[in-house]
Write a protein that binds this ligand. Sequence first.
Ligand code: DAH
Length: 340
Amino acid sequence: MIDKINALRAELAALAANGEGADVEALRIKYLSKKGAISALMNDFRNVAAEQKRELGQALNELKNFATDTINSLREAAEAGRAKADVPDLTRTAAPVALGTRHPLSLVREQIIDIFRRLGFTIAEGPEIEDDWHVFESLNFAADHPARDMQDTFFIGRNPDVLLRTHTSSVQTRVMTSQKPPIRIICPGRVYRNEAISARAHCFFHQLEALYVDHNVTFADLRQTLLYFAREMFGPQTEIRLRPSYFPFTEPSAEMDISCNLCGGKGCSFCKGTGWVEILGCGMVDPNVLEACGIDSKEYTGFALGMGIERITNLKYQVKDLRMFSENDVRFLEEFTAAK
Ligand code: DAH
């Protein structure tokens, strides 16, 4: 019997040393329950010879106490471990939160606004649903002016005087009729034209207009503003080129090209081998426009320019298909996560 006691004692000592993580309840049943190993020894104890009772009884009691202590401390260790697991681990990294991204057109619009803001321009806004006077008449498009055909206008209902603006130039006249010079504004906004939707054209897109009216504003001011804008937007190596053009609301008028920012002006498929890409229209505000808005054209001069935000975005990020901008495909939008 003493051998059995010693064997159990050795088992329990091993458990006490490395029984962490064991099923404590199973161990209690194995050793301490009524049908457990120690109870079995207690039963055997009844048949032990009288002269051995003292020694074995003591050993048995010690074994029972040792088993109880071992199992109790294993249970405590298990509970402490469980309690520890319940405490939040404040050193863990946070669960990642999916962040949205800015739309590329918003990113580019903000960049353009930021550049003009540094030159002292403030933002002006106007309605998208306009009347004929603000979109055409005040801007020197005569009723039968062929330039009106350049713009495929969406009319609202049957009234030819209610239409969606075809350009942000309408905001110029809204500002000139409500403010006195000096005027130095930019007007970002959405415009609409009745065009078939394709990779290269859409029925709505975005423009940004700039207008500066004051004493002695000259073409040199316009050119320097354009050069500053182009270099801030596309890098200090950028060159600009002004080509004579025609717009009813500016005289003289020009279109501005920048040296192709993909090939650096050497000629590539993007610039069709010319080394130049067109980016905006501009000119000196036609005196007729100033007068139509109640500004004395003998006292004041001004320059204006207008650009397509999609066009600038394409130049910066080479978006091949205009339709991508309005499809809201998150895979496309996520490409601009790192863009600034
Ligand atoms: N409104 C013109 C367009 O939609 C762009 C433009 C050209 C605006 C010349 C201007 C300008 O202010 O001076 O095509």
